[in-house]
Structure formats: C-alpha cells, structure tokens
Design a protein around this ligand. Structure first.
Ligand code: FMN
Length: 193
C-alpha cells in the first residue's frame, strides 16, 4: 500500500474520550479528556494529559486527585458538552444532569451514570509542552452492579461503550475476538472477513 509521509502528529486512534471528575465538594467539575490511557498494571496506573489553561488543571494540581469515568452511548452528548464548556463558567454537573457520586478513596466526584469509574491519586506530573501529563495510581474502582454477572465477572461489553476517532464519537461495534483467541485450537476461531 503506497504511504504518504506526514510530519509527526497526534493521529493515534481509536482512543477513549473519558469524563474526568475533579475538585472537591464545593468545586466539583468535569472535563472531557481524550489523551488518557493505562500505563502500568502493578501498581494499577493511568495517565491523563491536560492543558494548563483548563480550569480542571488547577483543581487536579491542588487536590492531587481525579476520577476517570467511561461514558456510554447514552452519555456521549454530555461528554462532548463537558469538553466544550468550562467549569469556570458553569456547574457542568447541573448543566448536564449528571449525578456526582462520592469517591471511596478520593474527594473528586465520580459520575453515577457511567458504568465504570476509576478513583485516581496523582503520583507524578510531567510538563510535556502543550499538555501536562498527570500520572496516577488507580486506588479504587466503582462499577455498576448491573454489569457484574453472577460469577463476579465485569461484562463491560454490555455497556455500549464508545470510542473517539479524529474528532468523531463512535459506538463500539460487535466483538470480533478475545485475548489469546488467535492461538486457541478451537473450531470457530477464524477471523471473520
Ligand atoms: C472529545 C474531547 C476530548 C478532549 N480531550 C482533552 C484532553 O485530552 N486534554 C485537555 O486538556 N483537553 C481536552 N479537551 C478539551 C477540554 O475538555 C475542554 O477545554 C473543557 O471545556 C475544559 O473544561 P474546564 O475548563 O472545566 O477544565 C477535550 C475536549 C473534547 C470534546
């Protein structure tokens, strides 16, 4: 396939556009973040990258805490809203009708409507350029009971999660495999065309 060579840019896709909860009881805020990802398993850690001019930046810097909440198809419009309006101007929980849920280990709010929320404590910050990277340990996970089956397994595939691709929100489609299926010698493990 013939390739065009472009200068380096942020083309990685798909990514998650997540709702990050920050602030304390009187300053609860939400910011949408696409530059987010898991970075370590043990201890469980993730990172988010935030521009210093965001209202949320100062809140996270001051408290050293935030939450990461996964929006479903149902919450994608409010996810966009939280990414275009500033908490300096509006109470985004009120404006979106999202329900703040207290953290078990952090003061930052979770979002009750999201099926999965990660409570995070910042361990390092790194000024990268346009964005500052917040590296954080995931100290607790809150998960909606309805997505946990009788055996205690989280069935997040039933939650209608979303992906963000170069400015567009997508509903995730059908599952097309699972971890390690390519090496399992079972009939039916054939990649669909
Ligand atoms: C889909 C989407 C992804 C975004 N990702 C980021 C991001 O990774 N980092 C960032 O600093 N801002 C990001 N933004 C912009 C902020 O969410 C936006 O500026 C927001 O209004 C800041 O809110 P605040 O001022 O209340 O903190 C994103 C916006 C959208 C819509």
């Amino acid at each position: 396939m013939k390739k065009l060579i472009w200068p380096g840019s942020t083309q990685l896709a798909p990514v998650s556009a997540v709702l990050v909860g920050c602030g304390r009881a009187d300053t609860y805020n939400l910011i949408t973040v696409a530059w987010a990802g898991t970075i370590c398993s043990k201890p469980p850690m993730l990172s988010i990258s935030i521009r210093p001019e965001r209202y949320s930046y100062q809140l996270i810097l001051e408290s050293g805490e935030f939450t990461v909440n996964l929006p479903t198809v149902e919450q994608i419009r409010v996810t966009d809203y939280c990414g275009v309006v500033s908490g300096r101007d509006q109470d985004k929980f009120k404006a979106t009708n999202l329900t703040p849920l207290p953290g078990s280990q952090v003061e930052a709010p979770l979002v009750a409507e999201c099926p999965l929320g990660l409570e995070c404590k910042v361990t390092q910050t790194l000024e990268l350029g346009s964005h500052t990277l917040f590296i954080a340990e995931i100290v607790a996970v809150q998960v909606s009971e309805k997505f946990v089956n009788a055996e205690g397994r989280l069935e997040l595939e039933k939650a209608q999660l979303t992906a963000y691709v170069h400015g567009h929100y997508h509903a995730l489609g059908e599952a097309i495999g699972h971890f390690g299926y390519s090496v399992r010698k079972k009939p039916g493990n054939i990649v669909r065309k």
